[in-house]
Design a protein. Structure first.
Length: 407
């Protein structure tokens, strides 16, 4: 049994409870959490690691949506417009994938650990990132992604998807969990959506999908118009979208562990449907900004949980969750910065766990002991400001604990 103490213990529970001069007792699970004095009285024969000045303990950060297979990108891809970016991805895909060696992906995963991430939802199109994720100490929900809108290719694409999923399942463990990703309503034929989700439901796998990320997608899906018309004609010889947004969402009924990514062009009806499905929205603010898309309207999510994802380095300059939290803090200018900070830390922990269907993301008894510790640069006088100061000033962590083990 281990006991850590800190000046501040941020639980990231529903009420964003904070324990000043607190301590956590844990093995692979959290055994107890209380003030240092109470823990000393409860466990008089146990050694407590004394708190450093301005120290913080909180749940490990959960990056609920990240693409690793394009992590070789830095300045290659085109930003500022979604379709221009997509065309540049297609143009440079093979080169970037070739450069994204397993060594490079492992380096990126290690950097994520050092910046406070303990769990990722990895969206994998080809399974080239499988081995680095299996070998990493990070918890990984490994989403094998299905993509393809042409009916005559559906059987072949589904067979490939099932093969990749079966390959991932061979490595199933406590911290490597296979899952299913549906790329998006514009890029996946309804047959593939239906069959992939039937498989996910039968095996109780987590499911994620991109949904309404750009104005171009909105115009195409709702009206069969806009800049996607030429794209689909040139690449796939298609003149109409394979499904409509609400039709797409309806497929996801009875999926227990469900998340949708982006949703920046979602309508009120879409949000109502997402709420009825019990899904979490993965918010990727940097990606939305660099592709010149809308920002997620948090005011429409009063009854929908949202988590935080970095997306991939194909549309970001960092996989650090603290960097992503700072971006979110700065772009949502219509939100009170103090209250938004609390909401964001909860999104990056508790809600991320919900998005991925895990028993993590909060410092409570019987939750997985995934904990990070770090020091703030100076004293925080008002506890109310603590979440904001953490987001503003934390670049890396001193200690990362996953499943009760320092990694």
């Amino acid at each position: 049994m281990n006991i850590l103490s800190a000046k501040w213990v941020i639980t990231c529970d529903e009420n964003f409870s904070i324990i000043k001069n607190g301590a956590i007792v844990f093995n692979e699970k959290i055994v107890d959490i209380d003030t240092i004095e109470n823990i000393k009285n409860k466990y008089p024969n146990e050694e407590i690691q004394e708190a450093d000045e301005n120290s913080v303990l909180m749940p490990g950060l959960i990056n609920s949506h990240v693409h690793l297979e394009f992590c070789a990108n830095s300045t290659t891809l085109k930003y500022g417009n979604f379709l221009a970016w997509l065309n540049s991805v297609i143009k440079n895909r093979d080169t970037l994938i070739e450069k994204a060696t397993q060594k490079l992906i492992s380096t990126k995963l290690d950097r994520m650990r050092k910046t406070g991430t303990t769990t990722i939802g990895a969206i994998s199109s080809y399974s080239f990132d499988l081995e680095p994720c299996v070998k990493s100490p990070l918890n990984t929900v490994f989403f094998c992604e299905v993509i393809g809108s042409k009916a005559d290719m559906a059987d072949t694409l589904f067979a490939d998807f099932k093969s990749r999923l079966e390959g991932a399942k061979q490595y199933s463990s406590a911290n490597f969990i296979p899952a299913v990703a549906i790329h998006s309503p514009y890029s996946v034929h309804p047959f593939l959506v239906r069959e992939s989700l039937a498989l996910a439901k039968a095996q109780d796998l987590a499911v994620s999908a991109h949904f309404l990320e750009s104005p171009e997608e909105f115009e195409w899906l709702h009206k069969d118009e806009g800049l996607f018309v030429e794209f689909f004609k040139n690449f796939l010889n298609q003149s109409k979208a394979v499904t409509k947004p609400m039709e797409f969402l309806t497929h996801f009924s009875n999926v227990k562990k469900l998340s949708f990514t982006h949703c920046v062009e979602a309508s009120n009806n879409d949000f109502e449907k997402i709420k009825s499905l019990g899904a979490v929205i993965n918010h990727c603010p940097t990606s939305n900004r660099v592709l010149n898309n809308s920002k997620l309207d948090l005011s429409k999510l009063e009854e929908i949980d949202f988590s935080i994802g970095t997306d991939g380095l194909s549309s970001n300059n960092s996989l650090s969750m603290f960097d992503e939290l700072r971006t979110a803090l700065m772009i949502h200018t219509d939100e009170n910065i103090i209250e938004l900070s609390k909401k964001l830390l909860k999104a990056a922990t508790l809600n991320g766990s919900r998005a991925l269907g895990l028993n993590k993301g909060v410092l409570e008894k019987q939750k997985d002991a995934d904990i990070i510790s770090f020091n703030l640069p100076d004293n925080v006088e008002d506890e109310e400001d603590l979440a904001m100061q953490i987001i503003l000033h934390t670049k890396s962590v001193n200690k990362t604990i996953i499943g009760g083990v320092v990694v």
